[in-house]
Design a protein. Structure first.
Length: 263
């Protein structure tokens, strides 16, 4: 079955500062009802010692939470592989579902995937603007180049909205079992941009909106598509601090709105 996870992005401030301690964040996610969390840089790093990683794992287990995924740095040259290995070790200790990885060069993406496969881990690049995974066509072409069973995508409809792409059943079916995880944030186009919270991409303007906004992501369609391919992983709430609602209330609001689509 699909499960909801909460990204620590929602409590992340400037320069990697967080509104809560890691323990407080885990308690907060658990109290709302989330079954997993996404940990962010600043809550862990390449310098995190194995015994500290083990303590984080125990804190997750005590609360019945899973680590939905963590981020590992991109690899652009051979020297980057050593740092990358440290993040893979962290992912193994935390039993992360997926390691998020931004693939830019096919050669190094293959090397990274092979290192992950040796450790029983999966890598995934998020559907995201200004990357090799901006559209479904681009994602499929890049996956074809990488050609590794343990390398997939993190499906993210908000970035497909920015790219002017379909994110519904057809898009989901095209990617199929290469969808290793799902992230959600709500974005809608605006015709007359005003205010401080405008996102621009390729000459078009967008703004963030709350789940349920009729001009935003059609979450009913999204979940129908995910159910159609038998997706069983995490759906990760990736909202940042919001100008629309207190961020802690937003975490609760998102859970209540999205949980209804899991039934």
């Amino acid at each position: 079955m699909m499960r909801l996870s909460l990204s620590a992005r929602i409590i992340e401030g400037p320069q990697g500062k967080f509104q809560m301690s890691l323990v407080e964040f885990l308690d907060f996610a658990k109290e709302i009802g989330y079954q997993g969390v996404e940990l962010r840089q600043g809550q862990y790093s390449a310098e995190t010692a194995p015994d500290e990683a083990d303590r984080i794992k125990k804190r997750l287990e005590e609360r019945g939470l899973r680590c939905a995924f963590i981020r590992a740095p991109n690899v652009e040259e051979r020297s980057g592989l050593e740092t990358f290995k440290l993040y893979l070790s962290m992912a193994r200790i935390l039993k992360a579902d997926v390691v998020r990885f931004r693939a830019t060069e096919t050669l190094w993406a293959k090397r990274a995937a092979d290192l992950a496969a040796d450790r029983g881990l999966r890598l995934a690049s998020q559907i995201h603007t200004r990357t090799r995974f901006e559209t479904v066509d681009m994602a499929l072409e890049t996956l074809k180049d990488i050609k590794r069973e343990n390398f997939g995508v993190i499906f993210e409809p908000g970035n497909l909205v920015l790219a002017g792409e379909d994110y519904g059943k057809e898009a989901i079916q095209r990617l199929g079992d290469k969808i290793f995880a799902v992230c959600v944030q709500n974005i809608k186009p605006v015709k007359e941009p005003q205010g401080e919270h405008i996102i621009e991409h390729k000459g078009r303007q967008f703004t963030r909106c709350l789940i349920g906004d009729p001009e935003g992501v059609d979450f009913a369609s999204l979940f129908q598509g995910l159910k159609a391919i038998g997706y069983q992983g995490f759906v990760n709430v990736l909202e940042p601090k919001s100008h629309l609602m207190d961020n802690l209330e937003l975490a609760r609001f998102a859970y209540e709105k999205l949980n209804q689509f899991l039934k």
